[in-house]
Design a protein. Structure first.
Length: 182
């Protein structure tokens, strides 16, 4: 699903272009993903895991653009991919009131309001489609993520103990959140 590109003003006054990624972004997107997962322990994929292949990544971007049930938005700072977020709409009659959100930004772009602006766009897209429940999960200890999600109205409803093992071997819970839109 294509996102209608939009320029957003960040907390520090700088301009960010929110747009759909295109197949031409494949190499830049892989570079972005490789960097982000090395900069935080709060994504499921880490530097020890294999990177998607160029072909696989390109196919994934294309399928997201063409799918009626998925939308990605990248934060483009003068041609540099600073962040990415996505919404995955459930496709079936019984669950099409639900959608799942995900987000990741390069560390140098944290705390500028990009997360807030991206979630505002994803929530608007969900409302436009008539979705009434948004869902996400985060790894215990991700206080910046939790702060963003709570600010946007999400509330925790459950916890999976031992959902994640960090690289140092420590067990962390996965915390599940939801936002009711109706
Ligand atoms: C989590 C993430 C998406 C947040 O995006 P962001 O652009 O930094 O978020 P914003 O600047 O819009 O908002 C962050 C809020 O958290 C607050 N915050 C920052 N650090 C915090 C901390 N350690 N504890 C609590 N709140 C914190 C900020 O003050 C801000 O709130 P405010 O707008 O009311 O001042 C981003 O930091 C990121 O990509 N992290 C790494 C990957 C990740 O964790 N992805 C999510 C996986 S579930």
């Amino acid at each position: 699903m294509k996102y209608e590109a939009k320029t957003v003003t960040l907390k520090d006054g700088s301009a960010a272009l929110f747009r759909s990624p295109t197949p031409e972004d494949t190499a830049a997107f892989l570079d972005f993903f490789n960097a982000v997962r090395a900069e935080t322990d709060f994504l499921l994929s880490g530097p020890q895991d294999p990177l998607p292949t160029f072909e696989g990544e390109r196919a994934w971007i294309e399928s997201s653009l063409n799918s009626p049930d998925q939308m990605m938005i990248v934060c483009d700072m003068g041609g540099y991919i600073a962040g990415n977020c996505s919404i995955a709409f459930k496709p079936n009659t019984k669950d099409r009131h639900r959608a799942a959100l995900a987000i990741g930004l390069r560390r140098e772009y944290w705390d500028r309001g990009i997360g807030t602006a991206m979630f505002t766009e994803l929530i608007a897209a969900a409302r436009e489609r008539g979705v009434t429940q948004l869902e996400l999960d985060y790894i215990q200890g991700n206080d910046r993520g939790r702060a963003l999600y709570e600010k946007m109205g999400f509330r925790a409803w459950g916890e999976l103990p031992n959902g994640v093992r960090q690289p140092d071997g420590s067990a962390r819970s996965l915390i599940f959140m939801r936002l009711a839109l109706d």
